[in-house]
Structures are given as structure tokens and as C-alpha cells.
Design a protein around this ligand. Structure first.
Ligand code: SF4
Length: 385
């Protein structure tokens, strides 16, 4: 019934968890830096910029898909709405391209946010990025929030005026991978940026009126630098006062370059208990800021380390302590439930039905892999990377 099922445009591999319902519009390909030891996302792929003309063509295609969807909706009795019936039709047929489906889902959820891909879009000349934003706002005027990833090093090179012009063209928020505020950790991880540059970038974005979202990575200091990592990250966050602090914990699967440091003995990953201590130290040292802390990544041990500073700091510390003070067997049940995707906070241990299932699963793993409970848990969580 739809005439243009094969309409397609380019999209990249990742987006922040909170942009799950956003339309993904690719303005650069892959990462212009691509050297961070902990990052598997773009390794082996070459960075390139997309031209204004290419991105404008994608925006025209998005508009055609929207028109096609509305047409389909009218023809099938949904009155121009992208409702359950239209979505079912699009998702049940293999004939529709993935990009077409993504636009359909975007129209269905009606949040109308857009996330610009890939890793470092502020590397584009300001005039080019502005032209892309202008065109998007012109062609799809009901777009709400527009957000992007960017590297702090690149952001710090822009003037406040340039960043302001992007805000005026419709950019609302920049997600930055702060990861750590420790210069020692940043150098070890080949992040290619210093704590001072992180602060400069965050402050410039705020001065330009943009919303700032900083990702931090518990565990990135390893056993060797965990205190420096926690204290310096808190210091840098205190200096920026970002709108959002988002927690995304380190994992070390075999395919990331950091694994080589583990093998040579220069980096020792933290256990879950140690990572909880480290996160507590960091949260405890957040002072004088008004950020919202979120822990919405599946790789985090505790999802309820979240809230608004300063008023929810005690609540966040209590959520960490609730885990820290569990007896060892309870910790194991919690970790098992969390890594399997069943638990979100220590309070979930009170669900007796779920607990019985998890206890049975632990007993089974103990029988089948007597020495491998920790390996099993690691594999369970690494499946999400
Ligand atoms: S800058 Fe970001 S995307 Fe690029 S390698 Fe580092 S963590 Fe990965």
C-alpha cells in the first residue's frame, strides 16, 4: 500500500540511552579521534564528514517517508495518524527499510527529538553544522529537542559566539564523554583531552546557553588510580556544573584495547564492590552544583543512583550504601539479578518470586561452572556492549 518502502538514508551505530526515541540523523561518520582504549564503538572504521548537501538529501528523504506514512495511514483508515495499526503494518513487512521503520517509530512516539550522529559533530565547521540545523528546522518544523555528541577537545576550540550560533540554529544539548577528570586516567586511556580542556568545553557550552550532558565512567581508574579518578572527576564536574551527569560504567570485554593493559598487569579492573566504593567517593565530593544525575545504562550496577543535586545527594549515597552493606550472599543474588536484567535497585531483592528464580539460576551455574561464577556474571553483562 505504501509506495516508497525502500526510502532510505544513512544512520550510525549508537546514541545515548535517553535518545532511544529520537530520530537519528548522521552528520559525520565514526570518530575523529578513535583512540580511547576503553571504547569499542568505531574501531577499524574511518572518520569522515558528511557534506551539507548529503545531509540535506537525507532530511528530504525523512520528509518523504513522513508523507508516505501519512498517506499509508489515510489509505488504511487511521486518518493520517501514525497509530498502532500503521506501526504494525510497517514493522510486520520485511519490505520496509530500517530507516523507514525508524521514522515510523519516531512519528508514533510523538516526542519529535533528533539526535545527531556520530561521535564528534562539533568538528564540522560551524557554518556547515548551522546550515544542516537550519535545513532540518525548515523542513521538519515540529522537531523539538536536537542533541549531539561532541569531544571536549573539539568543543573547547569553538568560541562561545560560534556555540551560541548553533544554539540559535536549534541545537539544544551536547553530550560529552568526560569519562574522568583525572589527567592521569585520561592520559592512560588515550582520551586525548585534559581535565582543563573538559572544564573549558563545559563552561563554554553553558555560557552559550546549551544544555550540557557529561558522561562519567566508574571503574576507569582501575585499582591503581581509583581514588584519583573519583576525586578529580568530582572536581571537574564541580567546576562545570553540567545540566546532566550520566553514569556509564566501564566494562572490559576482550575486544577493547584496554584488555592488553589488563594482560600486561598495568590496569586492574575493579570488582563490583570496589566500583561501588569509588562511585560513593565521587558522589560524596560533588559540591555546589545543580546537576541531575542519571544512571540509565544497563551496565551500571545500581540504577537508583540518580536524582537532582544538591537535594538528592543523601538519597544517592544511601542507594550505594544499601548495596555496600548487604551480606556477601545477598550481594551475589543482587549482582546476578542485575546483570541478568531483572533488578534495578537493591530494593528489588524484596521480590520473593524473582529471588527464588535467581537463587535457582545461581545454584545451576554453581553446578555447571563450579569455578566460573564471576566469569559467568561478566559474560552476562558484557553481552550488552
Ligand atoms: S572520543 Fe568517544 S567515540 Fe571516540 S574513541 Fe573516544 S570514547 Fe570512543
Amino acid at each position: 500500500m505504501s509506495e516508497n518502502k525502500n526510502l532510505d538514508f544513512e544512520q550510525g551505530p549508537i546514541r545515548p540511552p535517553n535518545e532511544a526515541r529520537s530520530l537519528l540523523l548522521r552528520v559525520t561518520r565514526n570518530c575523529s579521534w578513535n583512540q580511547c582504549l576503553f571504547c569499542p564503538v568505531y574501531k577499524g572504521r574511518t572518520f569522515s564528514r558528511r557534506s551539507v548537501a548529503e545531509v540535506q538529501e537525507d532530511i528530504r528523504t525523512i520528509k518523504k517517508i513522513i508523507e508516505d506514512l501519512k498517506d499509508l495511514s489515510w489509505k488504511t483508515g487511521s486518518g493520517g495518524e501514525i497509530d498502532d495499526a500503521v506501526i504494525a503494518r510497517v514493522f510486520q513487512s520485511a519490505a520496509y527499510s530500517q530507516a523507514y521503520r525508524n521514522v515510523a517509530a519516531w512519528m508514533y512516539y510523538r516526542e519529535f527529538n533528533v539526535f545527531l550522529q556520530d561521535a564528534n559533530n562539533l568538528v564540522l565547521p560551524t557554518a556547515e553544522l548551522k546550515a544542516m540545523l537550519d535545513f532540518l528546522r525548515q523542513e521538519v518544523p515540529w522537531v523539538n529537542r536536537i542533541t549531539t555528541y561532541a569531544r571536549a577537545k573539539t568543543t573547547a576550540r569553538k568560541t562561545v559566539e560560534e556555540l551560541q550560533s548553533l544554539r540559535l540554529a536549534g541545537l539544544d544539548r551536547v553530550h560529552l564523554g568526560l569519562e574522568s577528570g583525572s589527567d592521569r586516567v585520561l592520559a592512560l586511556m588515550k582520551k586525548g583531552v585534559t581535565a582543563a580542556e573538559h572544564i573549558e568545553a563545559g563552561r563554554k557550552l553553558k555560557a552559550a546557553g546549551l544544555s550540557v550532558s557529561e558522561y562519567i565512567m566508574p571503574g576507569l581508574g582501575g585499582k591503581e588510580l581509583w581514588e584519583d579518578h573519583a576525586l578529580e572527576t568530582a572536581r571537574v564536574l564541580n567546576a562545570i556544573d553540567p545540566d546532566y551527569i550520566r553514569i556509564r560504567s566501564l566494562r572490559v570485554p576482550d575486544r577493547i584495547p584496554l584488555k592488553a593493559l589488563v594482560h600486561e598487569g598495568t590496569f586492574t579492573p575493579l570488582t563490583d564492590d570496589e566500583a561501588a566504593e569509588e562511585l560513593r567517593l565521587l558522589i560524596d565530593h560533588l559540591e555546589g552544583i545543580n546537576s541531575t544525575v542519571t544512571s540509565d545504562h544497563i551496565m551500571n550496577l545500581l540504577e537508583d543512583v540518580s536524582g537532582k543535586l544538591p537535594q538528592d545527594k543523601g538519597k544517592m549515597l544511601a542507594a550505594i550504601d544499601a548495596y555496600r552493606f548487604l551480606p556477601p550472599e545477598e550481594k551475589l543474588i543482587y549482582r546476578f539479578g542485575r546483570r541478568g536484567g531483572a533488578y534495578r535497585s537493591v530494593r528489588d531483592l524484596e521480590d520473593q518470586v524473582l529471588r527464588k528464580k535467581i537463587e535457582r539460576a545461581i545454584a545451576e551455574v554453581r553446578t555447571q561452572h563450579p569455578e566460573g561464577l564471576e566469569t559467568f556474571l561478566n559474560e552476562l553483562v558484557d553481552q550488552y556492549i
